[in-house]
Design a protein around this ligand. Structure first.
Ligand code: GDP
Length: 195
């Protein structure tokens, strides 16, 4: 995929209407600090489209990146940041829920998990939720450069087991530093565009 243009449209707050568009969408979900902003920037080949979070959990927005007028990458708010109030957590949940329930063009959801850690309760809930809503859940194991290459297959296998994921669930190891996995993610997006 050759990126010719990226346009950012931001939707803020639970009450805002989500854009009704004709292009297919893929969404990115994950815990705060998992590396979602870094991944989106790496995908777009840009340094700073998505803000890397010095203040995790701060932004409760859904960011739509329209790429080449072909596909939207939808950046969902990061979840599970411990130091936010219950109200904020609920607002987050409502926003994600509203998006998953109402988006008509959503084709797949990439769930980001840190390759070093076991998925926690929130991660598992998110994984189950994506599938319950009828979407393909694709796992991206982030920060792959933080472990030895030889450890990667074992970590991915363990992740799959913890999530009770089907054998055919796709898990892509990714590093924003080395760009490992970027082409695999673009290939999946190309498939979404072609379908
Ligand atoms: P977000 O909260 O999910 O958007 O996470 P960020 O993209 O802001 O990343 C959180 C922290 O992890 C930052 O300090 C990043 O520099 C770091 N980080 C993100 N991706 C990677 C990666 O692939 N490799 C390494 N080594 N660090 C990463």
């Amino acid at each position: 995929m050759v990126i010719r243009s990226v346009e950012l449209e931001t939707v803020a707050g639970v009450t805002s209407a989500l854009p009704k568009n004709q292009l297919p969408e893929v969404a990115f979900a994950g815990r705060s600090n998992v590396g979602k902003s870094s991944l989106i920037n790496a995908l777009m080949n840009r340094k700073s489209y998505a803000r890397t979070s010095s203040q995790p959990g701060k932004t409760q927005t859904i960011n739509y990146y329209r790429i080449n007028d072909q596909i939207y990458c939808v950046d969902l708010p990061g979840y599970g940041f411990a130091r936010v109030s219950r109200e904020e957590k609920e607002a987050w949940g409502k926003m994600i829920e509203k998006y998953l329930v109402t988006s008509e063009q959503l084709a797949a959801v990439f769930l980001l998990l840190d390759i070093r850690h076991r998925p926690n309760a929130n991660d598992k809930q998110m994984f189950d939720w994506i599938q319950y809503m009828g979407y393909q859940a694709i796992v991206i194991a982030t920060k792959a450069d933080k472990i030895k290459r030889s450890q990667i297959p074992g970590q991915l296998r363990q992740m799959k087991e913890e999530l009770k994921a089907d054998e055919d669930t796709i898990i892509i190891p990714f590093s924003a530093l080395t760009k490992q996995g970027r082409e695999d993610i673009w290939d999946l997006m190309d498939q979404v565009i072609e379908n």
